[in-house]
Design a protein around this ligand. Structure first.
Ligand SMILES: Cc1cc2nc3c(=O)[nH]c(=O)nc-3n(C[C@H](O)[C@H](O)[C@H](O)COP(=O)(O)OP(=O)(O)OC[C@H]3O[C@@H](n4cnc5c(N)ncnc54)[C@H](O)[C@@H]3O)c2cc1C
Length: 505
């Protein structure tokens, strides 16, 4: 059978594209996912329901190089819903400035004005201003109203206000960039992935086929037109035919599919004996992710703990490079996920992350075998601006923990940091030795209005030089955004689906 549409990957981008395309009953849609399909929310293993657990086992088991040769685990969701099924369920939009920077970077169709209808379409957020929020979309979004803020979260907001940020009640209202409570996409205590939100209501449609356990190896091409994909399944090698293919395997897995298909930097392809179909130097380049330092302190006894609220508050401004996140370590699971064994004293941490990093990494093939993980090299803190920013950001967080509002809640700030806080070189060395990833990779097949050395697709995700092939995931972003990336990826899925529905190429 030949399908009208094949979608590869069922995460933030792919689930949305498959669900939206199959709303048109005349269109046959095949969704291919490498991981398992548990069938329904009720059947999910506990780790996939609990938003406090982000190392779930439903994972590719890949690693990435952070700085130098320091390699850490790099979780990516491998199940229906992709990384949305394993993430921390922080639901945060980018700022207007983030999208302005996309416009300036050559994607003029992706202004805030153009993206806002899709952010509204994806959500059911009854707590915000309906002028900027949707109320009947698939993703349920909730945040803490001001009257429920706790002493520690209020103190963090006050401290950030003293630093110059505004206090905001709604990070997702673009008119209120500042310090405030994080919104979550959680329903009845369950992480609400795109599998639950988009695919579960769609799975009974006669025109939608969902195949799990299908590891897509490469594209099938007839000249410059894509005609399907080849994959590894329990049956061996299987071929699936389709008139159009949309890749949504995520920013570290979409480039390898292109590369194995001969679409990528020609020299790198020849080095692996992959026949070059199209020299596309941008494939796998421009990798960006969030990194930074954790500034930790032991809290005074008696700090309120709220088991439903971790990653409690964020703070950011258009004028600064940092996103500060308060992690008052409320739950043992959260502590376990991020720091190993829980200590007996409650710990407060402020993550000072680089919201709009300048360093660029790379995703490259290590082998032609699709079962072998690609090389993921983040090259964090390799850019001098990031080096200066990470040092300055650590100091802002350190000062906040000593400030008039948070200071009284703190017993002791980390002595390791206290000893080096005034020493630029030592602080940078500490950041290099300890920094990890936010697990927000973007940019590895970036879009743009014109083809260019770094640009892989047009602004509607069409791969330049290959007919019938689109991308609809985090790879498209030209630049990182100063928020966790899930909502932006779902918005991308909504926009590319809309474009696919409106056009035949
Ligand atoms: C541990 C963790 C915590 C996070 N926390 C947050 C958070 O709290 N808030 C937030 O906003 N963002 C968070 N993120 C990031 C967010 O989940 C991602 O930005 C988003 O899911 C990316 O969407 P995507 O469509 O690009 O890729 P994904 O959601 O990763 O989807 C890719 C899909 O493609 C499948 N796939 C890959 N290769 C193949 C192949 N060859 N064949 C078939 N299928 C394939 C994968 O199995 C997966 O299902 C987190 C991510 C992780 C990993």
């Amino acid at each position: 059978m030949s399908y009208d549409e094949i979608v590869v990957g069922s995460g933030a981008g792919g689930a949305v594209v498959a669900a939206r395309l199959s709303e048109d009953g005349t269109r046959s849609v095949l969704l291919l996912e490498a991981g398992p399909d548990f069938g329904s929310v009720e059947a999910l293993p506990e780790a996939l329901r609990d938003p406090f657990v982000t190392f779930t086992g439903a994972d590719w088991g890949w690693t990435a190089t952070m700085t130098g040769d320091r390699v850490l685990p790099y979780p990516r969701g491998m199940t229906l819903g992709g990384s949305t099924a394993v993430n921390a369920a922080v639901a945060m939009r980018p700022t207007p400035g983030d999208l302005d920077r996309w416009v300036q970077a050559g994607a003029p169709d992706w202004s805030l004005e153009a993206c806002l209808p899709y952010f509204r379409r994806l959500e059911a957020d009854p707590g915000g201003d309906p002028a900027v929020h949707g109320t009947d979309g698939p993703i349920p979004i909730r945040r803490q109203p001001r009257e429920t803020w706790q002493p520690i979260t209020s103190a963090f907001a006050e401290e950030m206000a003293a630093h110059g940020h505004r206090v905001t009640e709604d990070h997702n209202d673009h008119r209120m960039v500042g310090a405030g409570p994080t919104a979550h996409n959680v329903r009845d205590g369950i992480r609400w992935s795109t599998a639950s939100a988009y695919l579960e209501p769609a799975r009974d449609r006669a025109n939608l086929t969902i195949r799990s356990g299908v590891l897509v190896d490469r594209l099938l091409l007839d000249g410059d037109r894509v005609v399907g994909v080849e994959a590894v399944t329990d049956e061996g090698t299987e071929r699936f035919e389709g008139a159009r293919v949309t890749l949504a395997a995520g920013a570290v897995a979409t480039p390898p599919i292109l590369l194995r298909s001969g679409i990528g930097p020609a020299d790198a392809l020849r080095g692996l004996d992959v026949p070059v179909v199209l020299d596309a130097p941008g494939v796998g380049q421009n990798l960006q992710d969030h990194t930074g330092v954790f500034v930790t302190a032991v809290a005074r006894p008696g700090i309120e703990q709220d088991p439903d609220n971790y990653f409690a508050f964020y703070s950011r401004s258009e004028d600064e490079p940092w996103v500060f996140a308060l992690l008052a370590l409320y739950s043992p699971q959260a502590l376990g996920s991020f720091y190993g064994d829980p200590s007996s004293d409650p710990v407060i941490a402020i993550s000072a992350a680089l919201g709009r990093p300048h360093s660029r990494g790379e995703v490259a093939l290590a082998s032609r075998d699709p079962r072998v993980q690609p090389r993921i090299d983040m090259r964090f803190l390799s850019h001098p601006q990031d080096q200066a920013d990470v040092v300055a950001g650590a100091r802002v967080a350190y000062r906040a923990l000593h400030g008039a509002h948070l200071g009284p809640l703190v017993k002791e700030v980390s002595p390791v940091l206290a000893a080096i806080i005034d020493d630029d070189a030592a602080l940078l060395a500490h950041a290099r030795a300890t920094c990890g990833s936010g697990f927000h990779p973007v940019g590895t097949a970036r879009m743009g209005a014109e083809p260019g050395p770094e640009v892989v697709t047009d602004q509607e995700g069409r791969v330049f030089g290959v007919r019938g092939l689109r991308i609809a995931d985090a790879s498209l972003m030209p630049l990182q955004v100063s928020s966790p990336t899930n909502l932006t990826c779902i918005m991308i899925g909504e926009r590319i689906a809309d474009s696919l529905l409106r056009s035949s190429d």
